[in-house]
Write a protein that binds this ligand. Sequence first.
Ligand code: PLP
Length: 394
Amino acid sequence: MAISKDVLKVQPSATLAMSSRTNALIAKGIDIINLTVGQPDFATPKSIQDAAIAAIQSGKASFYTPAAGLPALRQAVCDRIAIEDQVQYDPSQVIITTGAKFGLFLLFQVILNEADDVLLPEPFWVSYAEQVHLAGGNAIAVKTTGKDQKVTVADLEAARTPKTQAIVLNSPQNPSGLLYEADELRAIGEWAVAHNILIVADDIYSNLVYNGNQFTSIVSLSDAIRQQTLLVTGVSKTYAMTGWRIGFVLGDAAIIKEMSKVASHATGNPTAASQYAAIAALNGDQSEAKAMRAAFEDRLNTIYPKIQALPGFEINTKPQGAFYLFPNVKAAVVATGYANTEDFVTALLDEAHVAVVAGTAFGQPDHIRISYATSKEALLTACDRLADFMASHQ
Ligand code: PLP
């Protein structure tokens, strides 16, 4: 069977694979606590659901929309970014995409030529590298040596080549939950401007920041940095709308136009009903989004000390955002006698009935990713199970 060489090189998403393995065990009736998930466990707020239902019932969701999205949604994105990041964009600088994931996919298709390099500071979200490969580029994992293992200009300079076309920055970060501070972002932004390297700023978790920490978007730091940046975000995480598949990319109007051209031949447009729902999410009352953020903060504060106290689990800095912990478990793997993190994770699933993802998929094989996007009760039980597992395997 003829299958493209480029596609054969792509790895399936490790997080989705672990999640489906977990769901298969749950379907068999096994009481697994699933901490692999990358999505809020809340239902989409009712006012947003109602907007979609009204759009369907009035008939206006029955039709194709422009490839770049409904004008009212592009405007709503500009208005929300102006409120949250104090940065003005024009709707011509916005494309609505089928999730931020497809926005990133389109972006790499548009900005990369064969064998261009894209720098990915470790740890990085699983899909970036594969999307870069699918666009013909090279994904370059960058070792990070800064505060809390964040990337520094020196780290980036060590990885830069004449083929470096872009860097992907994700703050708050999946899988570590770390947040880049304004000074760190400014240094990276100025470096990118100086070397004419595009910044892909994945701000998808920008509204999930906890315990008084402040989110800064790199686009808010200077006009030069903003002009060098493609800002990727969406409604999935903030409004519990992962299933609706609506993301946005904001930046240079010429790049956005090319992305719209590619989208017009791919998806055509993101689902109309979802776009109407997203308008309601962005323009409407933000109190439910705030309540969900507060629930995540409470869960982080509950689970963090318990995970930190597990023997052989090391987290140096309390995460400030997203909904993941990313402990280094090398000592736990050694103490329990497993050959590697994958085997350790499999044993956690089979014996402790707790599902997590091995860090290999994020470029850091000594770590595991624990999602706390589930109830506090389930999280507390999972912590007890992990503690029992560690106690019985020493
Ligand atoms: N970026 C990061 C870092 C993510 O974790 C995710 C989802 O897991 C996405 C982008 C994509 O979000 P969506 O496609 O649901 O908008």
